[in-house]
Design a protein around this ligand. Structure first.
Ligand SMILES: C[S@@+](CC[C@H](N)C(=O)[O-])C[C@H]1O[C@@H](n2cnc3c(N)ncnc32)[C@H](O)[C@@H]1O
Length: 210
């Protein structure tokens, strides 16, 4: 019995290491620290916490930004997002290659979230945006361009889900013309992270607050 448990434990550990590819994450972190913006991949608890915020009874695309090693991608699939409704955008060619190997049936686009409107297939309605982008460490102009894309694509009632390592409200969100409707801290992550859900208000115009 113990031997079976040990074998199962070792099998899971091997699968985990293969999936998160710590060597590749470290290599990307060292070559582009501001773009990766994290010291290690998101934990599955953080990923599940983000996925839980995705509305389930709505139609349309779920867009994942900055998928990295794919921990959040997997959580979105586990949450029941249909593969044909998931659009994954990742800037790093190395991560894109890994993601395409791991998720063969997903639409994984090698692109910049600042050009999001051009990357969404024409005529597809968007349900929500799930972002692991390091909005605090990207250049301010890039962050502003990314947020503007969200506001262009999301309709009133739609949500954007973002994690940060700031346990308080991050600077970039202060002028965002979206309402923070939920915020929770996930302690089981290194470092602990805050998952916030932002909703496009019914009455406001799709512009940045300033
Ligand atoms: C915090 S890491 C992702 C963590 C991911 N959840 C994981 O566990 O691997 C941020 C990711 O955003 C990507 N990224 C940064 N800037 C981007 C941009 N402008 N467009 C798309 N992806 C971007 C980075 O390449 C990196 O994979």
């Amino acid at each position: 019995m113990h031997r079976v448990l040990r074998f199962e434990h070792a099998r899971r550990m091997k699968e985990y290491v293969q999936n998160i590819a710590p060597g590749i994450f470290l290599q990307e972190l060292l070559s582009k620290p501001g773009t990766v913006g994290a010291v290690c991949p998101s934990s599955r608890f953080l990923a599940a916490s983000m996925a839980q915020e995705v509305p389930q009874d709505e139609e349309g695309l779920v867009i994942e930004l900055g998928a990295g090693t794919g921990v959040v991608t997997q959580a979105l699939l586990n949450h029941g997002v249909d593969p044909s409704d998931l659009l994954v955008i990742e800037y790093s060619a190395v991560f894109v290659q890994r993601l395409r190997q791991r998720f063969k049936n997903l639409n994984i686009v090698h692109g910049n979230a600042a050009d999001l409107c051009q990357l969404v297939p024409a005529g597809r309605k968007v349900r929500c945006i799930v972002s692991s982008l390091p909005l605090c460490s990207l250049p301010r102009t890039v962050t502003q361009a990314i947020l503007q894309q969200w506001l262009t694509l999301l309709q009133p009632g739609n949500v954007a889900i973002q994690f940060t390592y700031h346990l308080r409200e991050p600077e970039w969100s202060k002028n965002l013309a979206m309402l923070r409707t939920n915020s929770k801290i996930v302690w089981a992550n290194f470092p602990p992270a805050n998952v916030s859900t932002y909703s496009v208000e019914q009455t406001q115009e799709a512009t940045l607050g300033r």
